[in-house]
Write a protein that binds this ligand. Structure first.
Ligand SMILES: [Zn+2]
Ligand SMILES: [Zn+2]
Length: 281
């Protein structure tokens, strides 16, 4: 038995079985909660304009998520969601409106190419401006899909480091409170909104348990920290819901960029990323 298996057994968990290995998103509340959290984080924040812009996108998502999918798979459906999103958005500030206008004119082939360049990390300046809209469309398509799957039939391993539904790495980990998942760590997907169980105090990238330490911003919000591994130099943000039940992984990740800078300067590479924050190569 490895030390990881021992830790899983000690926590009373059956790998991939208990308590709930996979928590699908509640499609009806995911975006309204996220938008409300962004609106509460934005005022006075150093990136207030950015958080407010993302809040506007998420508010539009909250309206569109109830529209049934037209296509059989999220890989096809996101284009329909992008078109609906661009039609539903109010007037946006400066550069965001320019990017939205360019996307409204682009045809399907061009949109697919932009998406492919972004996925490969080769986005142009214009692609990077388009990225939040494409991310929002992908979230709509994948969240609808994830909300409809049978979680009981899914058994991701207790150490899965990518989302069992859409294959993306986590945006952050959350330590849950209340119910059968209380005290457990779930990794949250920034794309489809699913969460999956992963043992605590274990590096999500390499499984190391010995060199994991925690970093946080001095004087920053309580319950926000980064789990840093010295074996592979990876880091993952963690939000402790017992400190603040309003934490929302995608919104609070964007609002805690100072922690990304801190861990980057300390020599750690972040695991995963925020779909709204695509940086050039
Ligand atoms: Zn996912
Ligand atoms: Zn590691």
């Amino acid at each position: 038995m490895t030390s990881l298996d021992a830790a899983i057994a000690e926590a009373g968990l059956i790998p991939g079985k208990s308590p709930s290995p996979l928590l699908p998103p509640d499609a009806l509340t995911l975006f309204t909660k996220r938008a409300a959290r962004l609106r509460s984080l934005a005022p006075g924040h150093s990136v207030e304009g950015w958080l407010s812009f993302i809040a506007t996108l998420v508010e539009a998502q909250a309206k569109l998520i109830t529209t049934p999918a037209k296509e059989a798979t999220p890989e096809k459906q996101w284009l329909a969601d992008l078109s609906a999103l661009l039609a539903a958005l109010p007037a946006l500030p400066g550069a965001a409106e320019t990017a939205a206008a360019a996307l409204r004119k682009a045809d399907e082939a061009e949109l697919k190419e932009i998406n492919q360049r972004l996925a490969a990390g080769h986005g142009t300046t214009a692609d990077l401006a388009a990225a939040p809209f494409l991310a929002a469309a992908e979230q709509l398509a994948w969240t609808r899909h994830a909300a409809g799957i049978d979680a009981a039939a899914s058994t991701p391993p207790a150490t899965a480091h990518v989302c069992p539904v859409c294959g993306q790495p986590p945006v952050a980990g959350m330590i849950h409170v209340g119910g059968e998942s209380s005290g457990l760590r779930y990794l949250h997907c920034g794309c489809c909104g699913s969460a999956w169980h992963h043992v605590r105090a274990t590096c999500v990238a390499c499984g190391d348990m010995k060199t994991v330490s925690y970093q946080s911003i001095e004087g920053g919000e309580e319950g926000v920290r980064a789990e840093c591994c010295d074996a592979c130099k990876s880091a993952l943000k963690l939000f402790l819901l017992e400190k603040n039940p309003a934490f929302e992984p995608v919104a609070d990740d964007l609002a805690s960029l100072a922690l990304d800078i801190l861990i980057g300067e300390a020599g750690y590479n972040r695991i995963g990323g925020n779909p709204f924050l695509v940086l050039g190569s």
